[in-house]
Design a protein around this ligand. Structure first.
Ligand code: CAA
Ligand code: NAD
Length: 299
């Protein structure tokens, strides 16, 4: 059943998006900032950690340089794109003149709630607040703000500059105008939006993450090595990456958070996170970003 129109702010005007704030400059935030600036938006990329911000900005410059080498953009276009991205460490500065903010901090409800409370305080009243969460309820995130009709899920896929999909997730109170604005923005950013309702893991991670978790169980139970599991899925199912390579790529901490959200959200034992996944995360083996997960990486 749909909520009544009054909940969805039926009479609201569509906001024109010119300035975008991106919160979190990790692998997702930096990718989102890059595609937004490439599409012509002014971007403020914020991270609480100076070193993470520098890493994110350096990765954007490297990816754009690759596009110059491949003759997809000119040197001049690269410079223009980079000039549209300002890196900052103050949340207030990213919030106060943005028409839309996309949050991409760690997949943890407490941290996200804190960020959304602050965004609600600092952003102008017209600003749309979007979360790139992989699995957490948009309705619950929206409830910590005084503008639940302007809160929405905008779930990009990793690596953002390459993957076409954006899941657009309506919270219970998200207005139609906000939904349409974000759908149009995703298209403007060269992506294909797909509308999804607010249930744990949405569609993408409700289907993908149990497969990854099962692959981890196969290793845990000694069915096969990580290499063998990945070979089976790559050569047998034509997946571009095996599930354990993909888990390392996503980040094992993020995979665990998503499984926990599915397990708690549905209360169904079929979503229980594999103990080996917990062990790796506790050991700080987070995959590619920490240099070790199911495989070893040179930083
Ligand atoms: N950022 C920017 N560009 C990247 C990139 C990154 N992190 N990683 C790879 N690329 C680019 C490469 O530079 C290369 O570009 P060129 O066209 O200039 O050569 C292109 O992608 C292809 O890369 P490679 O040739 O090195 O390797 P590949 O052919 O194996 O492709 C891949 C890499 C696109 C990542 C491919 O392996 C793939 O599609 N893997 C699966 C990715 C996937 O499933 N993503 C979804 C994860 S789940 C998620 O995002 C949701 C969630 O909430 C967890
Ligand atoms: P990441 O660990 O690479 O980056 C997270 C960044 O957030 C870090 O740079 C950290 O310093 C910063 N941060 C943490 N708390 C902060 C705060 N309070 N204020 C500002 N910055 C803060 O993580 P990621 O992989 O980029 O994931 C970010 C979000 O995107 C998560 O919600 C995740 O579930 C989602 N997501 C991840 C993927 C993926 O494949 N990794 C795909 C889609 C969505």
């Amino acid at each position: 059943m749909s909520p009544p129109d009054s909940w969805r702010g039926k009479d609201e005007k569509r906001v024109e998006i010119k300035r975008i704030g991106v919160i979190g400059a990790g692998q997702m935030g930096s990718g989102i900032a890059q595609v937004a600036a490439t599409a012509g938006y002014q971007v403020k990329l914020m991270d609480a950690s100076c070193s993470q911000l520098d890493k994110g900005l350096a990765f954007i410059a490297k990816t754009l340089q690759r596009n110059v080498t491949k003759q997809r953009i000119t040197e001049e276009e690269k410079s223009q794109i980079l000039s549209r991205i300002e890196g900052i460490t103050e949340l207030k500065a990213a919030a106060e003149d943005s028409d839309l903010v996309i949050e991409a901090v760690v997949e943890n409800m407490e941290v996200k709630s804190q960020v959304f409370k602050q965004l609600d305080e600092y952003c102008p009243s017209h600003t749309i607040l979007a979360s790139n969460t992989s699995s957490l309820p948009i309705t619950e995130i929206a409830a910590v703000t005084n503008r639940p009709e302007k809160v929405i899920g905008m779930h990009f896929m990793n690596p953002v500059p390459v993957m076409k999909l954006v899941e657009v997730i309506r919270g219970l109170a998200t207005s139609d105008e906000v939904f349409q604005t974000v759908e149009a923005l995703a298209i403007q950013m060269g992506k294909t939006p797909v509308e999804v309702n607010d249930f744990p893991g949405f569609v993408s991670n409700r289907i993908l993450m149990p497969m990854i978790n099962e692959a981890i169980y196969a290793v845990y139970e000694g069915v096969a090595t990580p290499e063998a599991v990945d070979q089976v899925m790559k050569l047998g199912m034509n997946h571009p990456m095996g599930p354990l390579t993909l888990a390392d790529f996503i980040g094992l901490d993020t995979c665990l958070y998503i499984m926990e959200t599915l397990y708690e959200g549905f209360g169904d034992s079929k979503y229980r996170p594999c103990p080996l996944l917990r062990k790796y995360v506790k050991a700080g083996w987070l995959g590619r970003k920490s240099g070790r997960g199911f495989y070893l990486y040179h930083q």
